[in-house]
Design a protein around this ligand. Structure first.
Ligand code: GLN
Length: 213
C-alpha cells in the first residue's frame, strides 16, 4: 500500500501521492509552497512557461506582488493559457497576490494590471492599510477542523463581496472575509505557507483529488 506523510495511507490522507501540483513560479513566495507540497509527498512542479501547465492536476498562485506576477504572466505567455485552464476547471488556489489574480473584480487594482478574473468575488488590494500592513492572527476555519489556523497577513487583500456560489471559509473577528471556496477554486488572503501548518495545503490536495477521481 502506498503511504505518504507520517506513514499515513492514501485513504487517511485523502489524496494520492501521485498528484502533480504546479506552483506559479514567476515572483513571490513560490519556493515555500513547492517545499510544503514535497513535504506532503506529492509531486511539485514550478510553473514558468506555458508547456509546464501540461499534465498538472492543480495549481497554486502564490503571494507576492500581483502587479508584477500579472505582467510576467503576459511576458512568459502564461496569462491566456492559464486563464483558459482555470475556465476548463483545473483546481486553483490563490494566496494573497494569487487571490487578487483569481478574483473577478479588484478594488485598488493598478490601471491595466493583468488579472485572471476567474473567481466570483470582489477583493480589495492592500485592504489593511499601512498601519496593519502585516499582522498575524488565529483564524477559526471550520473546514480544517477545530484547531485555529495561525494566519500571516502580509499587505494582503480583503474579500469585499462574494457570489452566491462562493463558500466563506474564514473571517476575521470584524467579519472581514479572508478565505473562500468556489467549487474547485480556493482563495486565501493570507500566507498559509509560512505558518508550518499543513492543513490548508492538505485541504487543497483533497479538492484536487476530488476532481481527479
Ligand atoms: N499587496 C500585494 C499585491 O497587491 C499582495 C501581497 C502579498 O501577496 N503578500 O499584490
Amino acid at each position: 500500500m502506498v503511504t505518504g506523510m507520517q506513514g499515513q495511507t492514501e485513504k487517511e490522507q485523502g489524496y494520492n501521492p501521485k498528484l502533480r501540483i504546479g506552483v506559479l513560479a514567476l515572483q513571490g513566495d513560490f519556493a515555500v509552497h513547492l517545499r510544503m507540497l514535497e513535504h506532503l509527498g506529492v509531486e511539485a512542479k514550478a510553473i514558468k512557461l506555458p508547456e509546464h501547465l501540461n499534465e498538472i492536476d492543480g495549481i497554486i498562485l502564490p503571494g507576492g506582488e500581483s502587479t508584477t506576477i500579472g505582467k510576467l504572466m503576459i511576458v512568459y505567455g502564461l496569462h491566456e493559457v492559464l486563464q483558459k485552464k482555470i475556465q476548463e476547471g483545473i483546481p486553483t488556489w490563490g494566496t494573497c497576490a494569487g487571490l487578487i489574480l483569481l478574483s473577478k473584480a479588484t478594488d485598488n487594482a493598478l490601471a491595466g494590471q493583468p488579472l485572471l478574473a476567474s473567481m466570483n468575488i470582489r477583493v480589495r488590494r492592500n485592504a489593511f492599510g499601512s498601519q496593519r500592513e502585516s499582522f498575524e492572527t488565529d483564524l477559526s476555519v471550520p473546514a480544517l477542523g477545530e484547531a485555529p489556523f495561525h494566519a500571516f497577513f502580509i499587505r494582503g487583500p480583503s474579500v469585499e463581496e462574494v457570489g452566491p456560489e462562493v463558500e466563506v471559509l474564514a473571517t476575521l473577528d470584524d467579519g472581514t472575509i479572508v478565505a473562500v471556496r468556489e467549487g474547485t477554486l480556493l482563495g486565501t488572503a493570507f500566507h498559509p505557507e509560512v505558518s508550518g501548518d499543513l492543513r490548508f495545503h492538505q485541504y487543497f490536495l483533497r479538492i484536487v483529488q476530488g476532481v481527479k477521481r
